[in-house]
Design a protein around this ligand. Sequence first.
Ligand SMILES: Nc1nc2c(c(=O)[nH]1)N[C@H]1C(S)=C(S)[C@@H](COP(=O)(O)O)O[C@H]1N2
Ligand SMILES: [Mo]
Length: 196
Amino acid sequence: MTILKDLTTPIFKAEGIPKFDRFSYHVEVFHDNKLLKIIPLTDIMKLPQTTLNARMTSVSGWSVRADWNGVLWKDMMTAIGAVDPFEFVIFENTEGTYTTNCYKEDILPERWIVCHSVGGEPLEVEYGGPLRMIVPNLWGYKSCKWLGKIRFCSKNESGYWETRGYTDRGQIEEGTTKDVNTGEIRDIAGGEVTAF
Ligand SMILES: Nc1nc2c(c(=O)[nH]1)N[C@H]1C(S)=C(S)[C@@H](COP(=O)(O)O)O[C@H]1N2
Ligand SMILES: [Mo]
């Protein structure tokens, strides 16, 4: 069991948990409309593996710190190869029912992680298993669960929550959040939450 489940971290699944087949699970990579690569999960498991201690912070008022295991964005990019030009990365779940758009200037190659496990335990399906993004510098809605597509785009396409009133860039704003790890309500300064 992951710490996420242990802590009863909220579970968000707009439009429900999409369909996928664990045995043929893969991520499709697009440059605009062109399919660049299909990367099976089994290949992702063979890429350099990293543990990133970071917080996922939801605009809905909670934040959880965990040891996320997976492939750093910089190592994912090495596997994908050069993609140029692009201004946005759009993440989609396996059915395309949840999407989220990230701006190129917000990409943190050393802190974004394509995540399959937490604290050495495979992500439960409800927490995005077998594969999700963790984007600690932006609101949680950028951390796409059940990752099925990565699209490098020249044109912006606002995603699920971005078209429903949440900010397009998803930068974490100053305010308060409930620390899921301790239950405390804490002030946050804006930007990635690193103070606690
Ligand atoms: N596919 C998909 N990814 C998603 C969501 C969703 O509804 N569907 N919710 C987002 C939001 S708003 C947050 S805060 C985090 C929450 O992650 P958790 O459900 O694992 O706690 O997932 C994000 N990724
Ligand atoms: Mo969220």
